[in-house]
Design a protein around this ligand. Structure first.
Ligand code: ZN
Length: 250
């Protein structure tokens, strides 16, 4: 009863949305009657019952580091999600195409990496849409995963992401490798491997903020260790699908 009420509410909201003159071409193609999935989602992890985790990489693409990470993922035949900046995707389109061709997911991380809680609604919408359009023109797919820079968001951001049929993807609290601060290979490996749990979304960066990055070297240890522990690596959307099944089953 409650679920059908939610379905009716969402259907009405959708009709209003369509009749408001807003272009519907950006609507996600999934079943729009699925209440659990069409609400504005803020996701920090997948289901805790199964050994599925998601590696995520922010701030790229970078011609060296992203390529090295893609080589490593290919070697182990695992999938990941890249939250890319529109301005870099424009600069390195072939890397985005490679990511998709090799089965990875490409998500939106804004065009210029502003703190989006400090810009206007219109500016944020422009940052989001411009990047969506770049990603869809390169991949042929409309991304439905968005990671706010620094993990910062407010009510306006949630509202726009909801309107745009996307989802806010954060990361699991203790799975911030802080690799951008260059803490050293061992520290990155320890942070990830020691804290790993089913359903974790792990945050890395495929960009360099200091002279060099330890992320690739750390991943050379992390990936085999997590494979040995029995973890399966999926994209964020795959993790959300598992979460959705989990919600339906419980
Ligand atoms: Zn970032």
């Amino acid at each position: 009863m409650r679920k059908s009420f939610r379905v009716i509410c969402i259907s009405l909201a959708l009709m209003l949305f369509m009749f408001s003159g807003f272009s519907t071409k950006y609507l996600r193609s999934e079943n729009m009657n699925d209440a659990d999935y069409t609400q504005a989602n803020i996701v920090r992890n997948g289901p805790r019952e199964q050994k599925y985790i998601a590696l995520t990489f922010d701030d790229g693409p970078h011609p060296q580091y992203t390529t090295e990470i893609l080589d490593l993922l290919k070697k182990h035949n695992i999938k990941a999600t890249f939250f890319v900046l529109g301005q870099l995707a424009e600069k390195y389109p072939d890397i985005i195409k490679r990511q998709v061709n090799e089965g990875h997911e490409v998500g939106n991380h804004t065009y210029s990496h502003f703190d989006i809680t400090k810009i206007s609604k219109d500016e944020f919408k422009e940052e989001f849409r411009r990047t969506q359009d770049i990603i869809s023109s390169l991949t042929g797919v409309e991304s439905n995963v968005f990671r706010p820079p620094y993990g910062l968001y407010n009510e306006n951001v949630v509202k726009i992401i909801n309107e745009q049929q996307s989802n806010i993807i954060l990361w699991t609290y203790d799975q911030d490798s802080k690799d951008w601060s260059n803490p050293g290979v061992d520290k990155i490996v320890d942070t990830t491997v020691a804290n790993i749990k089913n359903g974790d979304i792990i945050l890395f960066h495929d960009y360099v903020y200091h002279e060099t990055s330890n992320t690739v070297s750390a991943l050379e240890s992390i990936i085999p260790e997590l494979i040995n522990k029995g973890y399966n690596f999926v994209t964020v959307s795959e993790l959300m699908d598992l979460l959705k099944k989990d919600i339906v089953n419980n």
